[in-house]
Design a protein around this ligand. Sequence first.
Ligand code: LLP
Length: 421
Amino acid sequence: MDHFLYRDGVLHAEDVPVAEIAAAVGTPFYCYSTATLTRHYRLFDEALAGLDHLVCYAMKANSNQAVLTLLGGLGAGMDVVSGGEYARARAAGVPGERIVFSGVGKTRAEMRTALEGGIRQFNVESEPEMEALNEVALSLGTVAPITVRVNPDVDAKTHAKIATGKSENKFGIPIARAREVYAHAALLPGLRVVGIDVHIGSQLTDLEPFRLAYRKVAELTTALRADGHDITRLDLGGGLGIPYERSNTAPPLPVEYGAMVREELGDLGVEVEIEPGRLIAGNAGILVSQVIYVKSGEGRDFLILDAAMNDLIRPAMYEAHHDIVPLIEPAAGVEYAPYDIVGPVCESGDTFAKARQMPPLKSGDLVAFRSAGAYGAVMSSEYNTRPMIPEVLVDKDKFAVIRARPTFDEMINRDTIPVWL
Ligand code: LLP
């Protein structure tokens, strides 16, 4: 459930008519709902009730400082994957003991920053990384808490570009080698093993792959404990999917996911961490855009919007579906017709949807892409020198711009011209 609903035929973000925000900030823009972000974080927190747990929001999904401040304030930890994300989390007031550092290629500089600033744990993904972290920790006279990310060789049954738990993927160490790698870690005085990490992919719409992976992690926990390692914490990754198409069957709910976690891991006496990103932020955001032209082509009609692939790259990159709805609710019985919905960028890949059934729309009308709160703004670029679009946060009947649209001068002045030119 989200808080973008039609009221009296007009799309609202919580209690604010979305068109009112469009009039104030101009299109295109992202709009997020405080109530939805809050609700989704709490759903996970409550789903794990009874287990010692921490929900570490995967901030790669949406790392606006206002979003981080909101979630951090609710008690969320953060899953970071770069020095930049670590800096953002800290700037939003999240203490180091609630930050986990994931990622397959952490640099020594990033390790140093996190060790100096405070960190809950590093999720280490290879032996070379383990050795580097050991050296950095020793050079700072400290000990780095670690888990090792294991690759359970499980098919997450999701888009190939966001599946991470098969042996051909670059992530983690093969689970079959785990005991050997943990034995290696135990010999390194700059490291302290605290647990195991696993993440098998994103936008999973079935619990079974999670269950298979967690079962393997449970077996490994027992084996590693028998080897003498102190396994007190399991990081179970993120990945629970969201319903992008209202017409489709909905993926499992956090409460069902939580019940499965309890079934598979509840008896191990461990602290559980999860790293949801998409499910917290995805349906908490929309992308609002204006129709520039309606163009009749040969055998098809185009809706040309002022948003483009640089603003929301998911359709171009993953063939992702986003529901696109007009801000004015279509009258009952109105006739829908197929449109190719495109942006103004000079590539055919700048297509949001093909032959999408839409109600009648004309130049100047406003539309909203649903489920755009995760992996939307964070993956945007200034391709075609199109400014990064504003982000707006709504809370009941008020709204605020939480990232402003840069001016052309600001964009141009980021470049410098060498003296010899
Ligand atoms: N933990 C780790 C280690 C991850 O790599 C990811 C996502 C997550 C947690 C959060 O997964 P989530 O709960 O959001 O599914 N840009 C793609 C998604 C990439 C996901 C990458 N890793 C998209 O737009 O679909």
